[in-house]
Design a protein around this ligand. Structure first.
Ligand code: URA
Ligand code: SF4
Length: 194
């Protein structure tokens, strides 16, 4: 754990100084990601929004509040047993979707984060995470709730909480995806507290 924390903090230090892509120019804060480093589950969003940029923390705006509730519903939280990261660590102006080039520039940070945490499960939140983690032509509507094992990680996807705020009718499917996550955790012998 201490070793994980030391590696995480070292990586974070580098990330906070990163200017590798154009998103560096207009950020207020780099949003590295946070959570418990021994967690079995990592969630990956798209990139910081306004609140995240201002506070330097992932998923702390309206979408983040919904995410926290989704996690709590299956016994997960960033304080106890989950890690929350993004594809890009700097806010795209006006919350536009990060370009493929920006995502690819930033991806080594996420890869290193995965390498430190070594979660059993990675949950892609929305289309951008799906594109970069699962495949460039994977569609969120098709891959959500599906599971694939890759390099020892179980990977799945669900809708981005911001998409659920725009279209609450998708919450039914998102809930199914969270139940599927819980079932996978049980199957893998991971503690499920709820
Ligand atoms: N949306 C994201 O994709 N990530 C955040 O951290 C906040 C909102
Ligand atoms: Fe660096 Fe990622 Fe920020 Fe681009 S988004 S400047 S690659 S940390």
């Amino acid at each position: 754990m201490n070793d994980k924390l030391a590696r995480w903090n070292k990586l974070k230090e580098i990330c906070l100084r990163c200017t590798a892509c154009p998103l560096a120019a207009r950020r207020t804060n780099v949003v590295f990601g946070e959570g418990v480093l021994d967690s079995p589950v990592m969630f990956v969003g798209e990139g910081p929004g306004e609140q995240e940029d201002l506070q330097g923390r992932p998923f702390v705006g309206p979408a983040g509040q919904l995410l926290d509730r989704m996690l709590a519903a299956v016994g997960l939280s960033r304080e106890k047993n989950a890690v929350i990261c993004n594809i890009v660590k700097c806010r795209p102006p006006g919350n536009r979707t990060p370009t493929v080039a920006e995502g690819e520039k930033c991806l080594p940070f996420l890869r290193a984060q995965v390498d430190i945490v070594r979660p059993r499960i990675i949950v892609c939140l929305g289309a951008t995470a799906v594109r970069h983690i699962i495949s460039p032509d994977a569609r969120i509507t098709r891959v959500r709730g599906q599971w694939a094992e890759r390099k020892g990680f179980w990977i799945t996807a669900t809708y981005h909480p911001a998409a659920l705020l725009r279209d609450p009718s998708r919450k039914v499917e998102a809930w199914e995806d969270m139940k599927s996550l819980q079932a996978k955790m049980k199957e893998l012998g991971l503690p499920v507290n709820s």
